[in-house]
Design a protein. Structure first.
Length: 122
């Protein structure tokens, strides 16, 4: 049996300070998950297939604010992980360009955990 740290995972990091409605938050997380999955399928097809075939594990956590989200994004980029920062189009609850969610992965769980393990679950 393989170790949980060998799993491939995706983490969606939300901004706790925005106080989005549940529907808006779900939509923003969906944007991040789809964008990251598409990037992974193109850049790291084998890793994407492992993740998808194992149930496409996703965890949703929260960061304090935009600055916190951007620091996490920089760490993910520095670590060479698949990641995407979502900016809202501004059609409903928040102004256009508002950064809402950071998607990290699918990537090896150990690499994602190194960046996100101290964050609280949503």
């Amino acid at each position: 049996m393989s170790s949980p740290l060998n799993e491939v995972t995706m983490v969606l990091v939300t901004r706790d300070d925005l106080k989005l409605s549940k529907g808006k938050l779900a939509a923003q997380c969906s944007h991040a998950a789809v964008n990251c999955a598409m990037k992974a399928k193109k850049k790291t097809a084998r890793l994407y297939e492992r993740w998808n075939n194992a149930g496409a594990r996703k965890i949703v956590v929260r960061a304090d604010n935009e600055q916190h989200l951007r620091r996490l994004y920089a760490k993910a980029l520095e670590g060479g992980l698949i990641c995407d920062l979502i900016k809202d189009a501004g059609h409903t609850e928040i102004p256009p360009g508002t950064v809402t969610v950071l998607g990290i992965g699918p990537s090896p769980r150990s690499a994602v955990d190194a960046i996100t393990s101290d964050l609280k679950l949503l």
